[in-house]
Every structure is written in C-alpha cells, then in structure tokens.
Design a protein around this ligand. Structure first.
Ligand SMILES: [Zn+2]
Ligand SMILES: [Zn+2]
Length: 312
C-alpha cells in the first residue's frame, strides 16, 4: 500500500520502505501470529475440567506482565518515544523483556511504530483502521488490516530512516539479532518452570501451553487492539491530529496503553492515563524505576502542558 509513496530520493529523507520481507521470514511471521491463535482456539476445551492448574495461572500472569510491560514500558515508551533515560544494564534488560512478547525484534517494532506516529491515520501509516475509507465494508476491512492484516504485508519499514539511534547501538543490535532465541525462551521457559514446580511432565506441557502459547496470543491481541480499536472507538479529550481514542475497557490488560488519545497528543509523555481514575500500570513501573534511581529524565506530564493539549 505504501511502497509507491515516495520515489527513492537522492537527497532528503530516506525512503519509508527499504525492501521486501524474504520468504522465510514471511513464513515465520505466519507461524508466529497464527500458532498462538490456534492454541487459544483449543484452550477452552482443553481447560474443561483438566489441564489448567494454579501453577499455570500464576506462570501465565508472571510472563504476561514481564513481556507485556516489556512492550509498553520498553519497546514503546522507552525505545520508540524516549520517555525516559535508562541505565545501560536496564536498557539491555528492557530490550530483552519486550522481545519476549513475540511481536518482532526491537528495531523492527520501533521502526514500524515510529512510522505509525509519523503518518498516523494517513497514507504511510502501517496500520490505520481508516486505510480503506469510512463505508461499513471499508471499516470492517480497515479493522482487520489495523488489527493484524498489516503484519502480513511484506513491505519493511526502513530502520535507517526510523530507528538510526538503535542501529548505532551494538548491544541493542545484538538483542535484535537474537530475537529467535528470546522467542524460544519465552515459550520454553514457562514449560520448564511448570514442570519443575509441579515436578511432572504434564506440568511441563500445560506450562508451555498456557503460560507460553496462550499468554503470547492474548498479549498479541491486546497490543493489536491498541492499533485497531483505540483508533476507532473511545473518548478524545485531547487534540491529536488523528483518530486515536481513549478506550477504558483495555486499560488494565494493556498496562495503560489504551489511553491512546493522550498518547498521540503527547507521544513522549511517560504517562498515558493522565486524567482522574485512569489507571496506567506502565507509568507506575517507570515511577518505581525512577525511585530506585535506575531511570532519569522522565517526561512526566505537567498540568500546564495537559491544559494546552486539551481538545477545544
Ligand atoms: Zn496509535
Ligand atoms: Zn506510540
């Protein structure tokens, strides 16, 4: 959809797209996206009276938080938007924790998301639900595209244009290159832990299934819902130049990322849930990191700034 946006310039900004995803990688995307969905589809009958223990529930919760906050605090607020500065060791740990969400390597994720902000809900946005228009059919098509259809498009966001800061960091490039390893770990570790805690092979199988596959699938859909639903439905108390909206039902599961209207109005803000009662667990974690002295230069919202961002 976006490949023809700009001719390759000799001068000026680098092109949006820098090539097509190779066949093997495309296959991996299909497996990575569809396998967890298949797992979720069989999860319900599997859980009917057997196959889900309290160990599985606890492991799923722990890995959901670890990888989910890895997306929200690390990939999104830190690497994409620079909402705070982190100590070196934490920077690497954050990159690894986000990689455990199986949403692509850190540099790819950041490049796609910066492109989303640069062109939000306009031509060039990798995942706008408004890409096809506003007729009922176009909205259905747009929802699918924004939610997960865009993942299967082979155009790759140009990291040299959108993430040159990360390409310059050898440690982050290493974490990026070892994405396959983080994927193996995020699926296998819950199985091993489940097996050890319950001291049984069956515990290994259910740990892998619930806290590995099903957890990844749920987190995938929560993240994708921010891209789809939060650009369609909800309140718009702040002036953003796109259709981003605050969708409260996802606030807890998305760790505060569904306060998406404020986020587009003020992308570098470390807190997205800025209004009374808007729970933002990611902001809480950044606050905790700040208290420990692990992060600084946190871009907390100020009342004057928020007043300026309010929609008229
Ligand atoms: Zn958005
Ligand atoms: Zn963002």
């Amino acid at each position: 959809m976006t490949a023809t946006l700009e001719p390759t310039p000799t001068k000026g900004p680098k092109p949006l797209i820098n090539g097509q995803r190779p066949g093997g990688l495309q296959f991996a995307v299909y497996v990575g996206v569809l396998l967890p969905i298949v797992a979720l589809a069989v999860a319900v009958p599997f859980a009917w009276g057997w196959g889900l223990s309290w160990v599985d529930v606890a492991l799923s919760a722990v890995f959901y938080c670890l990888s989910g906050l890895g997306i929200t605090v690390a990939f999104h607020r830190y690497f994409t938007h620079g909402s705070f500065k982190a100590q070196r060791w934490l920077r690497v740990a954050l990159a690894i924790s986000g990689s455990l969400a199986v949403q692509g390597p850190v540099i790819t994720w950041v490049a796609d998301h910066r492109r989303h902000h640069a062109f939000s809900d306009r031509d060039g946005d990798p995942h706008s639900p408004w890409a096809y228009g506003t007729s009922p059919l176009a909205i259905v098509k747009g929802f699918w595209h924004a939610h997960m259809g865009w993942l299967f498009e082979r155009d790759q966001s140009n990291a040299e244009r959108f993430a040159p800061d990360l390409l310059k960091d050898p440690a982050i490039k290493k974490v990026d290159q070892y994405f396959w390893l983080w994927t193996v770990i995020t699926l296998v570790a819950p199985g091993i832990l489940g097996g050890l805690i319950s001291w049984s092979w069956w515990g290994l199988v259910t740990g892998f299934f619930w806290a590995g596959l099903v957890r990844v699938c749920v987190l995938h859909h929560v993240t994708w819902s921010v891209n789809s639903i939060c650009h369609m439905i909800g309140e718009r108390p702040f002036s953003a130049r796109d259709r981003s909206a605050n969708f409260w039902p996802l606030a807890i599961l998305s760790f505060g990322e569904s306060w998406h209207n404020l986020h587009h109005a003020d992308p570098t803000s470390a807190r997205h849930g800025v209004q009374r009662g808007q729970i933002d667990i990611s902001a809480r974690l950044i606050w905790l990191f700040e208290k420990f002295g692990w992060v600084d230069n946190v871009r907390w919202p100020t009342p004057t700034r928020l007043a300026r961002l309010r929609a008229e």
